[in-house]
Design a protein around this ligand. Structure first.
Ligand code: CAA
Length: 404
């Protein structure tokens, strides 16, 4: 599974994460799926192994492992339980805004506690009427004469919401300015006016709570304004999603890998027509297709993560490509794995249907795969001038069709 693509640090994180995944996560995956409860014992194991510090810079108490090592950990956890993969990765999503744009004071106050697993995070961007259209927020952050802001409104699909104690909240502070009038705030669970409005009942990733969060005049001082500046919220959200999307992609890879391993083992043990079903060419074709897709997705995720860690301007496009490709692979492979389990695959006694349920959300959250394709195509179109030299080979008579 390592495919020669990992360095020594990558392998160290992979082994650490795999240990927790096999000793703690896999044995408990079904229990928390059924209970639909946050698995505090799993979170403690993640914190004890130092896994919650992987993406936090060293100067703020973290391991400085960047996006690449974060993805490696997410893949390993998701292989055992894709729900635990996101339970873990959502802390990176919530804390990337602080890492990317926080003031020195905000970094020192919050990041060491996140790295230690004492502070858990949520990212509050989406609203009932602002899902894919993240620029259409209604939650307001109203500036007060004393320099504070009062936050009013509701957020939707806040992953980790009832477990988290710190929330990155995006609100409109200047409605005249559209997406340039958005600001990110750091809201603590204990802030008066903050509450959880509804806990969702979900198809998959059932161990991680997804909630509606309500802000009834939550008052925050300038110290809780991300980066100390208003009006940069939309950019902060986009830059965060660029870094976080490879994590969802890695969740997709782990989900697909985990489902494929079960399918491989099952088809070599299941006897029909007097022989293991894995001896049938049609089954072999499905196994081979799974393996190709999973490996291609893994390599794309790592390429995207390394590109972001290197500050490469292509990181945003690669992150969208990895998120879209790997999560489509998660869906396809998990559905095919259920197929290979036949009638048993449809039953909850078997572990495979959970992968299919857990896979679905990966194509939706942190930007639907339709949005990812939009991001990829926009980037490609922006790069089209690199191919101006090809104009010499395109007959001029066709130009009237696309000019202007
Ligand atoms: N980095 C930096 N800046 C960026 C950027 C990026 N990647 N993408 C856009 N911007 C900037 C643009 O340059 C532009 O700046 P100016 O105003 O200075 O010109 C500004 O942002 C507006 O950009 P667009 O015109 O491209 O914005 P848009 O309205 O067309 O939207 C979009 C673009 C890509 C569709 C965006 O709205 C989007 O990503 N939507 C999906 C939102 C999403 O992923 N939500 C998931 C939330 S998290 C979640 O799922 C829950 C959870 O807890 C797991």
């Amino acid at each position: 599974m390592t495919s020669g693509i990992y360095d020594a640090e990558n392998l160290m994180w992979q082994e650490k994460a795999r240990n927790v995944a096999e000793k703690v996560v896999r044995p408990l995956a079904r229990k928390y799926d059924e209970l639909q409860q946050y698995p505090w014992e799993i979170k403690d194991a993640l914190a004890n192994e130092g896994l919650l510090s992987v993406w936090i810079p060293k100067e703020y108490g973290g391991a400085g492992g960047g996006v690449a090592n974060l993805c490696i950990v997410v893949e390993e956890l998701s292989r055992a339980c894709p729900g635990v993969g996101v339970l873990f990765a959502v802390n990176a999503l919530g804390s990337f805004p602080i890492i990317i744009s926080g003031t020195e004071e905000q970094k020192r106050k919050y990041l060491p506690k996140i790295a230690a697993g004492e502070t858990l995070m949520s990212f509050c961007l989406s609203e009932k009427e602002a899902g894919s259209d993240a620029g259409a927020l209604r939650v307001r952050g109203i500036p007060q004469p004393d320099g504070t802001f009062k936050i009013y409104g509701e957020k939707k699909w806040t992953t980790n919401g009832s477990a988290a104690n710190l929330f990155t909240v995006f609100a409109v502070t200047d409605p005249e300015k559209g997406s340039r009038g958005m600001t990110a705030f750091l809201v603590e669970k204990t802030d008066p006016g903050f509450s959880i409005a509804k806990v969702e009942d979900k198809m998959g990733i059932r161990c991680v709570p997804v909630v509606e969060t309500r802000f009834d005049g939550v008052t925050v001082g300038p110290d809780r304004l991300l980066g100390g500046k208003a009006g940069l919220g939309f950019k902060h959200a986009m830059q965060t999603l660029d870094r976080a999307r490879p994590g969802v992609a890695a969740q997709g890879v782990g989900c697909a890998q985990g489902a494929m391993e079960y399918a491989l083992r099952y088809t070599t043990q299941r006897i029909q027509f007097g022989e293991p079903v894995s001896s049938k060419q049609m089954v072999q074709g499905m196994l081979a297709d799974m393996a190709m897709q999973v490996e291609a997705a893994r390599q794309l995720v790592l390429a995207a993560a390394r590109s972001l860690d290197a500050g490469d301007p292509k990181g945003s496009k690669l992150a969208a490509m990895a998120k879209c490709f790997a999560t489509d692979v998660a869906m396809k492979v998990s559905v095919d794995a259920v197929q290979l389990f036949g009638g048993y695959g449809f039953m909850k006694d078997y572990p495979i249907e959970k992968y299919m349920r857990d896979a679905k959300i990966t194509q939706i959250y942190e930007g639907t795969n339709q949005v990812q394709r939009m991001v990829i195509a926009r980037n490609m179109i922006n790069e089209s001038s690199n191919f101006a030299f090809l104009d010499a080979y395109i007959p001029k008579e066709s130009q009237w069709k696309y000019e202007g």
